[in-house]
Design a protein around this ligand. Structure first.
Ligand code: GLC
Length: 452
């Protein structure tokens, strides 16, 4: 992390604390809960903070990634947990492996869409809870190359992502509903030994067979503890094979970054919020609860404001095609990113956070007001502690008039209607790092006599 980009820890914790009682600005996610802000940064278990900062530089700048949930559940189209939640017998479920045969190189369209949306990295399920491996392995026949697909789907993904210039991550579920020892391992030492050897073996293959890997994204570590998984040993192996890799926090030991799921939660550790576009990770035909492109942009801005990442999911269908709704949403987001993407990728931690119609990002002394509910000709921000030097409407750069007193900063003469159909942006140059103190307004504003 460059020193310019580094968050001052005191600054971060101070702001998070102050934000605890704040109005939540994004629709779904909560942001910056105080109790998490109190946690001491732990650093990675099998590396050091200094080495993590070196390895993570690209990741902080990337900011926006695509998550891909793809497996046998994509054929069913009823959510990636269908096997467990519907109680489908293993013998019945595994028949799906005989029909799961996506069209060749479907991943090319995923990577092209990720690029169009302004994303810089992609993370795909190598094996989800169902236990089916999308990759070639010597350790089980329950894998794409030895079933109907007849080829390595993870390899196709890897190539497609790289050819669009993306950083690449593999998701790997430790929990396994198919392997005979996957549940028994909790109570039977011989089963645990076999299952942990199997797991470490698969992880070794993932880190060996594809070239440089940027992220190991573990999931659900049920039913074992970190000691039983031998997570320290496993992650040391991962780092030996891939010295620059980033490892998430889901092997039950803290590694390089935390993974708040379906919510946005800043912390002193590097963090990445992962989210679905509807309510499911795997393809779910009937789930029509789609987020709007505006909500996605707002979430992305909220992540950038807190110096975090946003990993946004697609759940391709069994043939590998992306649901139309997801394509449309991401194309819309991409059009916004074409105009404002630099503000997202270059964002530093932003202390200004309070508004009922906008959100914020920062770069140096420049504050960017991202207005999602356009109020009309005047946009006002309370409690800005800096002197404003200039203001512009983006992306045109048209100068904006402003006036300031110690409580209120007003931007004047703006269009009556939102210039951007998603989120409009005002650039404000300040005389120092932008900061906000709304409590000062409450305490110090001149008050009138009672009854008047
Ligand atoms: C949860 C779910 C899983 C999904 C993951 C993504 O752990 O079990 O289906 O893959 O979240 O973060």
């Amino acid at each position: 992390m460059s020193s310019q980009n580094a968050i001052s820890r005191r600054g971060l914790l101070g702001s998070l604390g102050a934000a605890a009682g704040a109005v939540t600005v994004a629709p779904a996610p909560l942001f910056a809960q105080a109790e998490h802000a109190q946690a001491q940064p732990k650093g990675p278990t099998t590396s050091t903070v200094a080495d993590r900062d070196r390895r993570m530089k690209w990741w902080h700048e990337a900011r926006f990634g695509m998550f891909i949930h793809f497996g046998l559940y994509s054929v069913l189209g009823r959510h990636e947990w269908a096997m467990e939640r519907e109680g489908i017998p293993v013998a019945e479920y595994q028949q799906l492996a005989k029909v799961f045969n996506p069209k060749p190189h479907a991943a090319k369209a995923w990577a092209a869409l990720a690029k169009q949306a302004g994303m810089k990295y992609m993370v795909m399920t190598s094996k989800h809870h169902e236990g089916f491996c999308n990759f070639d392995t010597k350790l089980t026949n329950y894998c794409a190359p030895k079933q109907a697909a007849g080829r390595d789907l993870l390899g196709e993904f890897y190539e497609a992502a790289r050819s669009e210039g993306m950083h690449v991550g593999f998701y790997y579920s430790l929990m396994d509903w198919h392997h005979p020892d996957g549940a028994k391992c909790a109570h039977d030492e011989a089963a645990r030994r076999r299952f942990v050897d199997y797991t470490h073996g698969l992880v070794r293959e993932l880190c060996t067979n594809y070239g440089k890997l940027d992220i190991m994204w573990y999931d659900v570590a049920w039913p074992l503890s970190a000691e039983q998984w031998e997570s320290v040993k496993m992650n040391k192996m991962v780092r030996e094979l891939q010295p620059d890799i980033l490892i998430n926090n889901r092997s039950k030991i803290p590694e390089d970054f935390t993974t708040p799921e379906q919510r946005i939660q800043a912390s002193a550790e590097p963090w990445e919020a992962c989210m679905t576009m509807n309510g499911s990770w795997g393809y779910h035909k009937a789930d029509d609860d789609w987020k709007s492109p505006k909500t996605i942009v707002r979430n992305l801005v909220t992540c950038a404001r807190g110096y975090g990442n946003y990993l946004l999911n697609i759940g391709p269908k069994g043939d590998g095609s992306i649901p139309d709704e997801s394509v449309e949403i991401l194309q819309n987001v991409g059009r916004w990113m074409d105009k404002y993407g630099d503000l997202i990728h270059n964002a530093e931690y932003c202390k200004v956070q309070q508004s009922l119609f906008s959100n914020f990002t920062r770069n140096g002394n420049k504050l960017y007001i991202h207005v999602h509910f356009w109020p009309g000709e005047t946009v006002s921000i309370g409690g800005l502690t800096n002197k404003v030097l200039s203001a512009k409407l983006l992306p045109t750069g048209q100068t904006i008039q402003f006036q300031q007193d110690q409580f209120r900063t007003q931007f004047l003469g703006l269009p009556a209607n939102s210039p951007d159909s998603l989120v409009s942006v005002i650039e404000v140059e300040c005389d120092g790092e932008p900061d906000q103190n709304t409590l000062k307004i409450r305490e110090n504003r001149p008050r009138l006599k009672v009854g008047i």
